[in-house]
Design a protein around this ligand. Structure first.
Ligand SMILES: [Zn+2]
Length: 158
């Protein structure tokens, strides 16, 4: 199990994030001195009990995404580019990741954009995960339900 970082919510859901993913994402944090945000989609699987989630794969920024200081907007082309390439019978869309030039927290823009995505995601999880990585190595994980609730997760000592 130590290839994963474990997160728990107060509602007793568990998320396992593959350490490899965090390592790959963190490369975008120090890519340049401009601290342009990066982001993409998260794919993984859900256990039968629907209590645990495994983050297995992520997508990476493409040219049409908007990458600025303190701003990342995933383009429609991003979804189209990766659509059908990442999923298989087990692996499904679970949410979004992005980086921050400061620490990892939900900004008001993040809350707005994830609420819109959560409303649209009518898959079996009824919402989206938001994963944020800060340049100071902080990690934020929360789940936006399609009925506008935000469930926060906390990192566990494995
Ligand atoms: Zn953000």
């Amino acid at each position: 199990m130590n290839e994963y970082l474990k997160f728990k919510s107060t509602s007793d859901n568990t998320v396992y994030i593959k350490k490899r993913i965090l390592k790959d994402i963190s490369k975008f944090l120090c890519e340049d001195n401009l601290f342009l945000e990066a982001g993409g989609m998260i794919y993984g699987y859900i256990t039968k009990s629907k209590k645990s989630f495994y983050f297995e794969k992520v997508t990476y920024p493409i040219e049409t995404d908007i990458r600025e200081y303190s701003k990342f907007v995933r383009s429609i082309e991003h979804f189209n580019f990766y659509n059908g390439k990442v999923e298989d019978e087990e692996i499904t869309y679970l949410g979004e990741w992005h980086t921050h030039p400061c620490s990892a927290f939900l900004s008001s823009e993040d809350i707005k954009s994830h609420k819109i995505l959560a409303k649209k995601n009518e898959t079996e999880i009824n919402g989206v995960f938001a994963l944020i990585l800060g340049v100071d190595s902080s990690i934020h994980l929360s789940f936006f339900t399609s009925n506008k609730k935000i469930i926060e997760f906390e990192k566990m000592k494995n």
